[in-house]
Design a protein around this ligand. Structure first.
Ligand code: ZN
Length: 198
């Protein structure tokens, strides 16, 4: 039996579909919103409406923004950059920007190749990447260190080979502040292979 009206139940069900929130935390969030109706629920609702009307995908790089081309693609300081960083998802782009990687440009793939899940090259923005790549001097494949991520990196490298553009990937190894004793064997052997001169 429902303990609240359908409007509240639906709000809980929708919030429970957010990453990191389950039914229990969604219930708590909704209760919090109801208690803070004036200071939180109404502004949140208005912000959602504005965001729904404004969000768009950048036609150049696949980033999400309220304009297309996005602020990063339209930034004149980045126009000179010869570095194109390829990421799986917008969240990876945001992470790199938080890390302050500098005046670079990005290309968002929208996922990775995964035959088991039916994701092929046509499902990702690989063709547009191959098309854009000649503008740059180096393409950095900043895909995740998963099997699918590395398969995708190999596929893109093969496709880019005829263009002669320098293709690199992020180093795999010891994290900053990491202790060797706590690392798994795969990471340690990768770190040894990718050692650099001091
Ligand atoms: Zn863009």
């Amino acid at each position: 039996m429902a303990t609240t009206g359908p409007e509240i139940e639906q709000l809980i069900q929708l919030l429970a579909r957010m990453p990191g929130l389950g039914p229990r935390s969604a219930r708590r969030a909704v209760l919090h919103l109801i208690k803070k109706k004036d200071s939180l629920m109404i502004p949140l609702s208005a912000a959602l409406d504005r965001a729904v009307a404004a969000v768009t995908e950048c036609s150049v790089c696949g980033n999400v923004d309220t304009v297309s081309p996005c602020h990063i693609c339209a930034d004149p300081r980045r126009a000179e950059s010869g570095l194109l960083i390829v990421v799986e998802d917008v969240s990876d782009l945001w992470a790199l920007e938080r890390a302050g990687v500098g005046s670079v440009r990005y290309h968002v793939l929208g996922g990775v190749l995964s035959p088991l899940d039916g994701v092929g090259p046509d499902d990702l923005s690989i063709d547009s990447l191959i098309h854009r790549a000649p503008e740059f001097t180096e393409v950095v494949l900043a895909v995740n260190a998963t099997v699918e991520g590395q398969t995708t990196a190999h596929y893109i490298t093969d496709r880019l080979q005829p263009s002669g553009i320098r293709v690199t990937r992020l180093a795999h190894g010891v994290p900053v502040g990491g202790e060797l004793d706590y690392l798994d064997e795969g990471t340690l052997s990768q770190a040894l292979k990718a050692r650099t001169l001091i």
